[in-house]
Design a protein around this ligand. Structure first.
Ligand SMILES: Nc1nc2c(ncn2[C@@H]2O[C@H](COP(=O)(O)OP(=O)(O)OP(=O)(O)O)[C@@H](O)[C@H]2O)c(=O)[nH]1
Length: 348
């Protein structure tokens, strides 16, 4: 089918575990008749987000309209991964009314917005808006703030250093590129903290950007879609810590995937995961566990030391019952110790 207007695309950014997938799931379930297509990018290669979204089984976004780019950050592989994926979505029949792009939690959104200025994309698509999802609890816990002691030490070695905290840079880049900011997980903070975070974000972001406090991604599709920001025409208004760099790599972060043997019960493993996340300052753990005797697989989600689990769907006939977790942390993560702790003694 030929289409004369550009297809709008919304980029959903936000740090690891902020609630991007939760938001998109809610959006798919309340799409208001829109035919959506989805591009999902994850840092670890277990492909949890794609699985969750493919299983929400909603007519607004059937599995064949979802493309998953796991194990990397699309901001770094725009030409190799992002463009071909977008081109595939443009062959769908019927064409999508709106494309949603969930970036990995470590991705910088600006390189992606820039890609929409490339002639091959520009003629067919426009960035309707960049939406940044913020984990209010993580901000309140100081997750993205510079450590003044470490910064002082680094600055005395190199006075040109502005930050010692790569998390802060990623977090701020995501906010600085946004057309709309969703302050998610407000159930985990009080109203005073909420007001403080909103004031901090307003002080950081130079242009007027709406900040909407939400819980569990619940927000109306009409508020998110149709912003008509044309962000690709407006790159100068979106400063980035990485504006002067050629590329951006993710050497500051590491991930590992650990196979977990079947468990007789989930609780001891969940306790162990929370303790490990605390001890090793893990940013994100997610994946699936095989609980012996249970027909359903257990979806495990950890953000910092906060864990949630749910039996999300039955293991399929012919599907290997395989427990696997992806663990993401900053550079220097002790993968050997974490792997050993998770593969020891807990087998059924
Ligand atoms: N308490 C609380 N938990 C939430 C909220 N929104 C999401 N979560 C939980 O936070 C965890 C991470 O949510 P996701 O939606 O997977 O986050 P994400 O940003 O997609 O994560 P990555 O793709 O790994 O970066 C899950 O356990 C969610 O259930 C919220 O408003 N409140």
């Amino acid at each position: 089918m030929q289409r004369f207007s550009k297809i709008p695309a919304t980029i959903v950014t936000g740090f690891l575990g902020a609630g991007k997938t939760t938001l998109i799931r809610h959006l798919i379930e309340h799409a208001g008749g829109r035919k959506l297509a989805l591009l999902i990018n994850e840092f670890g290669d277990v492909g949890v987000d794609g699985e969750i979204l493919q299983n929400c089984g909603d007519a607004a976004c059937k599995p064949d309209r979802i493309i998953e780019l796991a194990n990397g950050c699309i901001c770094c592989t725009v030409a190799d991964d992002f463009l071909p994926a977008i081109e595939r979505l443009l062959t769908l029949d019927p064409l999508p009314d709106h494309i949603l792009i969930e970036t990995s939690g470590l991705a910088l959104p600006k390189p992606l917005v820039k890609a929409f200025d490339w002639p091959a994309i520009r003629s067919k698509l426009t960035v309707d808006g960049v939406i940044a999802v913020v984990d209010a609890a993580a901000v309140a816990a100081g997750r993205f703030a510079d450590d003044p002691e470490k910064l002082g030490a680094a600055r005395s070695a190199d006075p040109s250093i502005e930050h010692d905290n790569p998390l802060e840079e990623v977090y701020e880049d995501q906010l600085l590129c946004a057309d709309l900011i969703l302050l998610n997980k407000i159930d985990l903070i009080d109203s005073e903290t909420r007001a403080n975070i909103i004031a901090e974000i307003n002080a950081l972001v130079p242009r007027a950007v709406k900040i909407v406090p939400i819980e569990k991604g619940c927000v109306e599709a009409d508020l998110l879609l149709g912003l008509d920001a044309k962000a690709e025409d407006d790159l100068e208004a979106r400063p980035s810590h990485h504006d002067t760099e050629e590329g951006h790599d993710h050497d500051d972060f590491e991930s590992l995937v650990i196979d977990i043997a079947p468990l007789s019960a989930p609780e001891p493993m969940l306790e162990r995961l929370a303790a490990l996340a605390e001890r090793h300052d893990v940013l994100r753990i997610k994946g699936f566990l095989d609980i012996a005797g249970k027909p359903m697989r257990l979806l495990v989600q950890g953000v910092g030391a906060r864990f949630q689990q749910t039996f999300d769907r039955p293991w399929r006939a012919g599907e290997e019952r395989r427990g696997r977790l992806v663990v993401i942390g900053q550079k220097g993560l002790d993968g050997a110790a974490i792997t050993q702790a998770l593969t020891q003694t807990l087998v059924a």
